[in-house]
Design a protein around this ligand. Structure first.
Ligand code: BES
Ligand code: MN
Ligand code: ZN
Length: 457
């Protein structure tokens, strides 16, 4: 583009503030010049970083709204405090990825498809920018998969569809294998809690496992486990019909971990990663589980099902027990687990629980860096009593409306004693009602995996 010197120009279109965009129309190529934001040299570090994020968003939506297929971005002279070219490029391209995503397979007119096909980066910092572009591209591939899966309707995206999608991840990749456990296999393993959830459904449950060996033979794998309830009616404890359509997004945990696998394979990260998706549909019916049923989990512990709508923890507890066989470095489960998480944190942060402080800190800081925040919640013993049952080893719910997200996490913690474990309750962050999946917490997870591979920012 031939921008060789720094130009100091305040364009009225930017209104002199962060988030403002000025558009200049030129003859020839480039046909448009967009100037975004304004430096505030006196601002502190946090303000500069926040302003950069806002500018990146403004730039990305302005570019996505233009009728152009190609864009070039120069960020070298853009002040974002101490943030380097790698972080600035990642942040800008994440905003572009977000602004240009569309889900249109069921629209008979596709006019609204995003035009933007390619974004180039113009930078003097070649190595950092190159690495950032590669990572941003890999994450974008993963996010596209995660969002598409979430947005698919539940009559298409059922457990079988998720299993088929998982198989595509290992196609043509020698170091990736996909294994799908069917109901017969799960029953042999004694997964009575998992199987209790699918009893009312006509589509069989699947426990999907994708294994990526990008690291050394002896490196312990990170295990990511996603809740994959492809539709949650609540079962016999049926949900009210208002907003029930949102429960097609109850598999967003599974979608985000499958997306994490796609991103990891695309970036060829030198780590060992295992992704599991606990896929089932929660329906009422003549064979469905009843409140007061008692089931035996794979761990041997028994659970009294008080509420069939607390099904996520029932599929996840058996998957957590299964994960032990991988001798994991860490297990991170991701689930749209409770409405109470939405009450506590809204959409701005996912709820983070962990039995290991190092893991919790690493995840939280990955989320901060990726602009995909999580907030740590307590797992104190005081909350565990709510799960006491008079008839079995525990109930699947307890405590009424008090601390619902914490009590759910306490339930899971009982099955995660043998490894460093974190749980992300993403009920409020995974999707925007009426709009679509966000792909969260994949940006944070990918950042965490980059760090595990010693490749992060
Ligand atoms: N999938 C829901 C949680 C949910 C609610 C996700 C709203 C996204 C938005 C989960 O299976 C559920 O039904 N949880 C119950 C638990 C209760 C029965 C203890 C809930 O939150 O009401
Ligand atoms: Mn439910
Ligand atoms: Zn659910």
């Amino acid at each position: 583009m031939g921008v060789s010197e720094q130009v100091d120009l305040v364009l009225s279109g930017t209104k002199g503030k962060s988030g403002g965009v000025a558009r200049v129309f030129l003859k020839g190529r480039p046909s448009r010049l967009l100037i975004v934001g304004a430096d505030d040299k006196d601002a502190d570090e946090t303000t500069k970083v926040a302003a950069f994020r806002r500018d990146a968003k403004a730039m990305a939506s302005a570019v996505a709204a233009l009728d152009v297929a190609d864009a070039t971005v120069c960020l070298d002279d853009f002040d974002a405090g101490s943030a380097d070219a790698y972080w600035k490029t990642r942040t800008m391209l994440a905003a572009v990825s977000h602004a240009s995503y569309r889900f249109t397979p069921y629209k008979s007119t596709k006019a609204k498809d995003a035009k933007l096909r390619r974004v180039g980066m113009l930078s003097r910092q070649r190595a950092k920018t190159r690495r950032a572009v590669d990572h941003a591209q890999a994450l974008d591939d993963g996010l596209a998969l995660a969002k598409d899966l979430g947005n698919q309707p539940p009559n298409v995206c059922n457990p079988t569809f998720l299993a088929r999608t998982a198989r595509t991840l290992s196609r043509g990749a020698a170091n990736v294998t996909t294994t799908v456990l069917d109901e017969k296999k799960m029953s042999e393993l004694g997964m009575g809690a998992f199987l209790s959830v699918t009893r009312g459904s006509a589509t069989p449950a699947k426990l999907i496992i994708v294994n990526y060996k990008g690291g050394n033979r002896g490196d312990k794998p990170v295990v990511l486990l996603g809740k994959g309830i492809t539709f949650d009616t609540g079962g016999i404890s049926i949900k009210p019909s208002a907003s029930m359509e949102e429960m097609k997004w109850d598999m967003c945990g599974a979608a985000s971990v499958l997306g994490a696998m796609r991103a990891t394979v695309a970036a060829e990260l030198p780590i060992n990663l295992i992704v599991m998706a606990a896929a089932a549909e929660n329906m009422p019916g003549g064979r469905a589980s009843r409140p007061s049923d008692i089931v035996t989990t794979m761990s041997g512990k028994t659970v009294e099902i008080i509420n069939t709508d607390a099904e996520g923890r029932l599929v996840l507890c058996d998957a957590l027990t299964y994960a032990k066989r991988f001798k994991p470095a860490a297990v991170i489960d991701v689930a749209t687990l409770t409405g109470a998480q939405v009450v506590a944190l809204g959409s701005h942060a996912s709820a983070l629980y962990a039995n290991d402080d190092g893991l919790a800190d690493a995840l939280a800081s990955s989320g901060d860096g990726a602009g995909d925040r999580m907030w740590r919640m307590p797992l104190w013993d005081d909350y565990q009593n709510a799960l006491d049952s008079g008839f079995a080893d525990m109930k699947n719910v307890g405590g009424g409306r008090a601390a619902g997200s914490i009590v759910a996490a306490c339930f899971l913690s009982r099955f995660a004693k043998d490894f460093p474990w974190a749980h992300l309750d993403i009920a409020g962050s995974a999707y925007v009602s009426g709009k679509g999946s966000t792909g969260r917490p994949l940006p944070a997870l990918f950042e965490y995996l980059l760090k595990a591979a010693s490749l992060g920012g």
